[in-house]
Design a protein around this ligand. Structure first.
Ligand code: PGA
Length: 234
């Protein structure tokens, strides 16, 4: 069965490289489900030219259109953006997105039929058995339909650092998350892993960690690395 591979470009990709990236990635032959989350300034170009569904990296939960520099769910929907990262660690760390804000964004996305890719994970000194349930309880407050959410487990020390936990550790935590969500919601969650994934490790992570796919950061804005990543899954 195909895996779900999410590309989060962050601030990468310059305009000069935009259309060659879209074309090279369009030409990949794969059974996997790819979602591309480019920078907001390229959303329209991707929606109109990419063969893959497109996600935003962030959204605003408000409906009143009065938030300079932000993008609303209505705007994303009007463009045909189908997914959005929610609660990414870059935003938690740099913009102090707390549990309530992430919860509001998650609900706004669900209300707009935008599939949230909900990022969460523990830091290196945390006990995941405490931190993950508490994060998930806060993020999912008032939400019952978890089948519309893609859960992205990202231990925060692995995001953008090149520090990959070993697969036994990833596996231990993903089992815990699956059981936690199954016990609470009675549904099998879609769960992917993110944090320092690249073409050298994606195959091992996906085959040994009971995940449905992977989330890959700014190296995914390099089409040559994207081709290697997808080739390594064959
Ligand atoms: P990384 O980022 O692949 O650079 O660690 C992961 C992410 O964007 O969530």
């Amino acid at each position: 069965m195909g895996k779900l591979i999410v590309f989060n470009h962050k601030m990468s990709l310059l305009y000069d490289d935009l259309y060659s990236y879209i074309e090279r990635v369009n030409n990949i032959d794969t059974d996997n489900d790819i979602i591309i989350c480019p920078s907001n300034i390229y959303l329209e170009a991707f929606v109109n030219n990419s063969l893959y569904p497109i996600g935003a990296q962030n959204l605003h939960f408000a409906l009143d259109n009065k938030h300079t520099g932000e993008v609303s769910t209505d705007q994303l929907k009007s463009l045909g953006v189908l997914y959005s990262l929610i609660g990414h660690y870059d935003r938690v760390r740099e913009f102090n997105e707390n549990v309530n804000i992430v919860n509001e964004k998650l609900i706004a996305a669900l209300d707009a039929n935008i599939v949230p890719i909900l990022c969460f994970g523990e830091d290196v000194t945390d006990d995941y058995r405490n931190v993950i349930p508490s994060l998930l309880d806060g993020y999912l407050k008032g939400v019952m339909n978890i089948e519309f959410i893609i859960f992205a487990y990202e231990p925060v020390y692995a995001v953008g650092t090149g520090i990959l936990p070993n697969t036994d550790k990833i596996s231990e935590v993903t089992k815990f998350i699956r059981k936690y969500l199954m016990d609470k919601y009675g549904k099998r969650a879609t769960l992917i892993y993110g944090g320092s994934v690249d073409s050298s490790n994606i195959q091992e992570i996906i085959s040994s960690c009971d995940v449905d796919g992977a989330l890959i950061g700014d190296i995914s804005s390099n089409s040559t690395e994207v081709i290697r990543i997808i080739d390594s899954l064959k």
